[in-house]
Design a protein around this ligand. Sequence first.
Ligand SMILES: [Zn+2]
Length: 351
Amino acid sequence: MEQGIDSHKPLEYINNIWSANYLKLKRKRGKTVKSRIQEIDSGIFCIKIPQPFYPDTNVFLLEGKELTLIDAGFASQETVTTLSVSLKYLGYSLPDLSTIIYTHPHVDHVGGGVFINREVKVKNIGYRGQPSGEEEDFESFTANARKGVLKDGMDILKDNLPRIKKEDLFNYIENYFLPVGKVERIVDVRDRETLDLGGIKIMVVHTPGHSSYHICLYEPIRKILFSGDLLIGRLSPLLNVRDFLKSLARIRQYEIRLILPGHGPVRKWPEKVIVRAEQTVQRYEQKILGALDGGRHTVMDIVGKLYSRAPENIVEYLAQAGMVMSFLRMFTHEGRISCREVDEKLFYELN
Ligand SMILES: [Zn+2]
């Protein structure tokens, strides 16, 4: 899984892209420390950590007898700064942190942990149990993203990306899936394990789909689900669609009052959120199969048919293309479509 990834350069690399291209823009929004922090329940705070391409990552601070973070934000020194300032606002400092739990190994959740660990000693907890199988195919996954998504998309978007170099974006994408193992001294958790975080007990629920290693964390007393990227506002691109649906069914078994997602606002109607996610999957499935009717198509052809207007920026583009890729992988795996490479471009057609 880590083959071909230099263990240090990528983080610095994306940190540079981040700093050079986006930080100024984010600063212009003029967010104050106070506006980055929200008290969700007594002793549970959400701290919003900025990141370059997607909406801010929600990092949750649990105030038990010890201080725990759920997720650590994007791989950037700026994350450490934002966290330090936020902790100070709440009467703490970075060395007060005891534990960080990671919901899944993507750069906007684990990345900040690598930078935090360079400054303070914390206990790192993540799920590295059995992947569902898709992760083993990580190399072809990124190779397909290069050919099938980025090549086309970069041409279409070139006028809208004056500040981003194509290679930078390729590198960014390939390093988005950051193994939890990049964080040193990681302690592995098991599915259904209960963690005692300074008196706050939470249960680990393995919920693959968005990532094979994705976990949600359930706090049974207040009936709160920290849902990572399993349930964020709009559906996020999925590594495995079928796993995702199974994970939704699993989450349903728990009595949930509040969903605290990895991005976006707190969700108060869990059942509605879950049903909406299931319906969205069904809708995409039908629409993408419909778009594949008659002849062969590139990912961008399908994106063009699926969405009413062309993506205007990189965030929209990656979300749309990533979503289409999720389903194309599933259809290919199920033998419903075939994929052929012609002149380094990938074409898909119905079987
Ligand atoms: Zn995320």
